[in-house]
Design a protein around this ligand. Structure first.
Ligand code: UDP
Length: 239
């Protein structure tokens, strides 16, 4: 029974933190493998998958800057961290026999390809997973903004933001037992209510270019494929 996808092409945003599993730094190979298998399920039903991966499990510019480092240097370190995560994710995907390309917004000849939109579109059309690393290539941005930017560039049907909770809640569900999940929000509601879904730059970009965002729980096994085949998962944000 072959399930069919409601999306043809997706941009999946994975945070660096998600790769740590139960540790507080680095990469947990078990988590990587589980994610690779879930991404493989999407590829298996014919979805084209682009991925933007974060770096917060290794370095964050803002945290380094708070500890005394130059902010731009810290952001460069953060972006390099995303390249390491991308290499680890490619490794896990390829061990599952999923053809994967890594592109970087910062040229790194001999390690990964440089980001090139037309090449990315060609790889996606042939069914390869493409991981976009090094964020936007610029300091003072986040990988959420990079995910929205790449999603818009590759004309994805949606940006899927993987988190640790089931979607966007009225309050922090970890702290407030009364908190309920929004199934749907508009971009303006997210901005008005100042819901910390993504940074302002990312939300404004998706709003201005009418790119739907779905926030879902990547720790919930099967949630990714379920939402792609039409299940009620997470929170949909659109106009
Ligand atoms: N970063 C950056 N420009 C970008 C994307 C990321 O300078 O376009 C840096 C920034 O320092 C950030 C770090 O890379 O803190 C890791 O990215 P992010 O915090 O978005 O990772 P995540 O929270 O998703 O793990």
């Amino acid at each position: 029974d072959k399930q069919s996808s409601r999306y043809k092409r997706l941009l999946l945003k994975l945070s660096g933190e998600a790769l740590m599993g139960d540790e507080n730094f680095g990469i947990d190979p078990k988590v990587l493998n589980r994610m690779a298998l879930e991404i493989g399920q999407l590829v298996g039903i014919g979805v084209q998958v682009g991925i933007v991966i974060g770096g917060g499990n290794l370095f964050r510019g803002a945290a380094l800057s708070a500890a005394g480092l130059d902010r731009v240097t810290g952001d460069h370190m953060g972006m390099l961290a995303t390249v390491m995560n991308a290499l680890a994710m490619r490794d896990a995907l390829e061990r599952c026999n999923i053809a994967t390309r890594v592109m970087s917004a910062i040229p790194m000849s001999g390690v990964v390809d440089q980001y090139d939109r037309r090449n990315a579109l060609r790889y996606l059309s042939q069914g390869d997973v493409v991981i976009f690393s090094a964020g936007t290539g610029n300091p003072f941005f986040t990988t959420d903004s990079a995910a929205c930017l790449r999603g818009i560039e590759i004309e994805a049907d949606a940006v899927l933001k993987a988190t640790k909770v089931d979607g966007v809640y009225t309050a922090d569900p970890m702290k407030d037992p009364e908190a309920t999940r929004y199934t749907h929000l508009s971009f303006d509601e997210v901005l008005e209510k100042q819901l910390g879904v993504m940074d302002m730059t990312a939300i404004c970009l998706t709003r201005d270019h009418d790119m739907p965002v779905r926030v879902f729980n990547m720790n919930k096994p099967g949630a990714l494929v379920n939402l792609v085949v039409g299940g009620d998962e997470g929170t949909l944000i659109d106009s």
